[in-house]
Design a protein around this ligand. Structure first.
Ligand code: ACO
Ligand code: V55
Length: 283
């Protein structure tokens, strides 16, 4: 028996003005930062819409993998200096706090706990606040020529929100300190070198490589992939004892909700001798 991870297919596409969604036949939910004229800078409206979109795709059985990318020539130019900062400066403290929280709600909390695999496809500019959703996606593929930067110091602020914490999670201290303190931009190739992204590929291969990776993930048991990613994310913060218990709970949960995956896996190798698990999954 297999328990559906997400049984409720939504027929209407979520999204509105600042976020665009497409669901393709491969089970990829393409989510676009969609303010190309503003280089996809994140304003409060986009932050709220992103939360709703990700929430809807989480419960949409057509979607196996989410790809987060940008419309036009930017991934995201970070927080919107006008609408996110200047125009909320004069508002009451509680409004400012809510605006901040609505940012992290999706940029970190939603993505980091997301039950389906997520891939950041960095097609262009990626600055400041955009590093939070970048790091919170499970995997990242960038255009070699995409430009990245921790530009906060360049306009007179320290990196806010979870930017620095996110950076420390994935790249070495020397590189992190260098780029947050100098504000110097770097390209996709450099991002790959310091493991901010998995791979940097030429622009004309970006979509193809992302689809290939997404297809690989969606061909596997969703419960197994879910348990694997959440197991990694959460267990690294635990004691070894707690991690052992939690990781076995994830392991057994995947067997409970998708018992065929494991049974077929053993049968194909041990009985039918139809594939070698060391070299790839069975068809
Ligand atoms: N906030 C608000 N508006 C922005 C942002 C932003 N982060 N980024 C771009 N825009 C707007 C511009 O104001 C401009 O608007 P307008 O057409 O109404 O005048 C439009 O997008 C196009 O911007 P240009 O600068 O003309 O585009 P260009 O392609 O030449 O440069 C680049 C792109 C390099 C991304 C540049 O726009 C830029 O430096 N943006 C700011 C990047 C940044 O430092 N972001 C903040 C990081 S810190 C943080 O997130 C907290
Ligand atoms: C930044 C990002 C924020 C924020 C304040 O440094 C500063 C960037 C992602 O949200 O609220």
């Amino acid at each position: 028996m297999t328990t559906e991870l997400t049984p409720n297919a939504e027929n209407d596409l979520p999204g509105g003005n600042t976020v665009r969604v497409e669901i393709d036949d491969n089970g990829i939910g393409w989510v676009y930062f969609n303010r190309p004229d503003k280089r996809n800078a994140m304003n409060p409206a986009l932050n709220m819409e992103m939360f709703e979109v990700l929430d809807a795709l989480e419960g949409d059985s057509r979607v196996k993998v989410v790809v987060l990318t940008g419309s036009g020539d930017a991934w995201s130019a970070g927080m919107d200096l006008k609408e996110y900062f200047r125009e909320t400066d004069g508002k009451p403290r509680w409004v400012q706090n809510r605006v901040r929280r609505q940012g992290t709600d999706w940029q970190h909390h939603k993505l980091i706990n997301y039950p389906k695999p997520t891939i950041a496809m960095v097609n262009g500019w990626c600055f400041g606040g955009a590093f939070v959703p970048l790091v919170s996606c499970d995997l990242a593929i960038a255009d070699v020529d995409a430009q990245f930067g921790l530009s906060e110091v360049n306009w007179g602020v320290t990196p806010g929100n979870l930017v620095t914490r996110a950076l420390a999670e994935v790249i070495p201290t020397r590189d992190a300190m260098y780029y947050i303190m100098t504000g110097e931009p770097f390209d996709g190739r450099r991002a790959e070198q310091m493991r901010l992204v998995n791979e940097a590929v030429p622009a004309d291969k970006l979509r193809e490589r992302t689809i290939e990776l997404a297809n690989r993930l969606s061909s596997l048991s969703q419960w197994v992939v879910r348990g694997t990613k959440l197991g990694f994310r959460h267990s690294r913060l635990m004691s070894w004892e707690a991690a052992e218990d939690f990781l076995y709970a994830k392991h057994d949960q995947a067997i409970l909700f998708d018992e065929q995956a494991r049974a077929r896996g053993m049968q194909g190798f041990l009985d039918d001798k139809s594939y070698r698990p060391g070299l790839g999954a069975q068809d």
